[in-house]
Design a protein. Structure first.
Length: 135
């Protein structure tokens, strides 16, 4: 089955962009200064670890972070490749229908978020501002 030309071109561009993102020369790795990471302890650890343990945990997080980021980038590229190939199965008319359905869902979410923001009180009720129960 031959792919429609726009889908084929889009797929090729996505694959090219993904490969460019994943290609890092050794010089680029050395030049890249380590990003200042915000450390977070796992849930409930802050209540039990010593300062030395905290520092060791942060060092471990720093050691693992580049490898995790690289794997996340690879996963993202694979998902984009998969999604473009899945979209290539559809006809142009079906792709247009999917785009319209996505746009409608996005508009519905935005409207719901706007309604929730309007319905929220400007400030939470405090003991002084809450209505008193009738006796």
């Amino acid at each position: 089955m031959a792919l429609p030309k726009p889908v084929l071109v889009t797929s090729m561009l996505l694959a090219l962009a993904a490969s460019a993102l994943l290609t890092v020369s050794p010089a680029q790795e050395e030049d890249a200064a380590p990003a200042k990471r915000r450390h977070r302890l796992p849930r409930y650890y802050s209540q039990v670890v010593t300062e030395e343990q905290r520092a060791e945990i942060y060092d471990l997080q720093d050691d693992f972070a580049p490898r995790i980021e690289k794997l996340e980038a690879q996963l993202e590229a694979l998902e984009e490749d998969r999604d473009s190939k899945v979209a290539a199965v559809l006809s142009p008319e079906q792709l247009q229908q999917v785009d319209e359905l996505e746009a409608a869902a996005r508009a519905k979410r935005q409207a719901a978020a706007g309604d929730a923001a309007e319905a929220a009180p400007s400030r939470p009720a405090t003991r002084a501002t809450r209505p008193r129960a009738e006796q």
